[in-house]
Design a protein around this ligand. Structure first.
Ligand SMILES: C[S@@+](CC[C@H](N)C(=O)[O-])C[C@H]1O[C@@H](n2cnc3c(N)ncnc32)[C@H](O)[C@@H]1O
Length: 252
């Protein structure tokens, strides 16, 4: 076993996170850079330090999960989603998987409120408890709220000094739960799964398994919405077919 493979095994024992399911070159580069920056020359040295130092571990978790997000990320896709949801004509059961700090599920909540389709709470999950805490707080700085239309900002956020707090009306539409896409059970009976900008980090084999599990989790006619760099080239889509760029619908 090479040193990075050994590190991945030790990391799994410490955290339960299986790094072998993520694309190795990017992960190895990112984590080796971080290790070097912190002054550890080998992975065994680094792992010993990680066991003793919570801040070092938090930093590593941050690096491996990449939590960047935006409200209404890729706005043209959201216009398309709005049209598909309106055509569904019912209040959808929604899962925002790998939701990071809440921008995505809150965007969904605002969209559903706008469409008058907000009956069921949105399930929003992520592997990283620290981002989920930030998501629950729902407080964002100026650069983070740039993607939000002024009209929505006025109605769904409270200005507090130079920060913006999501209003309770939107917050209570979203339920945040810790969930690991690689090992935990998936919720079922969904009409919309939004899983964006995380599948790119997984190996093709893992991506295929997740795709199949998403497909079983969807109701007939349900939609899977993925990130704007994510493609399923050469993968078996099962009963999903493309309905719009980066959106797939399960056969009715
Ligand atoms: C780049 S963010 C995507 C945020 C949001 N979906 C978006 O597109 O703006 C990727 C998120 O995936 C989460 N993640 C990474 N591995 C995961 C796993 N195995 N299960 C669930 N979430 C995971 C990370 O914690 C991070 O918050």
């Amino acid at each position: 076993m090479d040193e990075f493979a050994w590190f991945m095994e030790q990391f799994r024992l410490l955290t339960g996170i299986d790094l072998t399911r993520y694309k190795r070159p990017q992960m190895e580069r990112r984590l080796t850079n971080l290790r070097d920056r912190r002054g550890y020359r080998t992975f065994p040295e680094y792992i010993e330090a990680l066991k003793l130092n919570r801040a070092l571990m938090d930093e590593l978790l941050d690096k491996m999960t990449i939590n960047v997000s935006e409200f209404f990320r890729n706005p043209e896709r959201w216009t398309q989603l709005r049209a598909l949801l309106s055509a569904m004509g019912k209040s959808p059961r929604v899962w925002s998987a790998a939701c990071a700090s809440g921008e995505e599920p809150y965007s969904l909540a605002m969209l559903l409120l706008e469409l008058g389709l907000h009956q069921h709470p949105i399930l929003a999950t992520d592997i990283d408890e620290r981002v989920l805490q930030r998501a629950e707080e729902g407080i964002y700085a100026e650069p983070q709220i740039r993607g939000i239309d002024q009209n929505l900002l006025d109605r769904y956020f409270l200005r507090e000094a130079d920060m913006y707090r999501i209003r309770e009306q939107v917050r209570k539409q979203v339920q945040f739960v810790k969930h690991n896409l690689l090992v935990d059970d998936y919720p079922q009976g969904l009409d919309l799964i939004v899983c964006r900008n995380v599948l790119i980090y997984f190996t093709d084999q893992t991506k295929q398994q997740i795709l199949e599990r998403f497909c079983s989790a969807l109701n007939p006619g349900g939609i899977l919405f993925v990130g704007s760099t994510e493609q399923f080239l050469g993968m078996n889509l099962g009963s999903l077919s493309p309905v719009a760029p980066f959106m797939y619908q399960k056969a009715k």
